[in-house]
Ligand binder design. Structure first.
Ligand code: SIN
Length: 191
């Protein structure tokens, strides 16, 4: 299975730093199973959230992958998420968690108090082996409804993310359209 851990561990840019900001836009918004010093809502400019990444390890299996969020570039887009101040030691468990195609990218994020800070975001780009790319909202919702993996049903990932985005006051037409499409599916619909 795809494993980006070794590549990410070669990213030593923040090694000497006392703390680093991490931008979370998917499960990292609502599933905080890692230590952090501080957390604040934040935004990332030039990227938008899409359920275009396959999940073979968390919300699906190698035979029946789920779909999870990644970011795709778009000029002037603003992606809402949560920023965490972490120590560089926390990259080890995060690299493991995000190993199915996500690479650490250094970037600038805007915190909710207006500060622009240097930070890191995990992005699964279109050239990774687990990338699935676009599909209709209905097709994505059907795939999500049918998938489950070691971290639980794929549907919970989508519903928890939509809930967390609402709590942040974020408007995300893509995520909310998928949530609607999922809720409109008959229960136990075939994939
Ligand atoms: C993130 O949440 O920032 C990365 C994608 C994920 O783990 O869902």
């Amino acid at each position: 299975m795809l494993d980006t851990t070794a590549i990410n561990q070669r990213m030593t840019r923040f090694d000497g730093h006392e703390a680093v900001w991490l931008f979370g836009y998917g499960s990292l918004i609502y599933k905080t199973d890692f230590p952090f010093l501080e957390r604040r809502p934040a935004q990332l400019r030039g990227w938008e959230r899409r359920f275009w990444q396959g999940s073979h390890d968390h919300r699906g299996t190698p035979d029946a992958p789920g779909r999870v969020a990644t970011l795709v570039p778009r000029e002037h887009a603003l992606c809402a998420g949560m920023a965490y101040r972490i120590t560089p030691a926390t990259f080890a468990p995060l690299d493991h968690r995000e190993k199915n195609g996500y690479l650490r990218l250094a970037t600038t994020l805007t915190l909710d108090d207006g500060r622009e800070v240097e930070g890191v975001v995990y992005i699964a780009t279109a050239d990774n082996a687990a990338f699935l790319g676009p599909a209709s909202d209905q097709a994505i919702a059907r795939q999500i409804a049918a998938a489950r993996g070691p971290s639980g049903p794929n549907r919970d990932y989508l519903l928890q993310l939509a809930h967390a985005l609402r709590e942040l006051g974020a408007d995300d037409p893509h995520v909310f359209a998928l949530e609607r499409a999922l809720r409109e599916l008959p229960l136990h619909a075939p994939a």
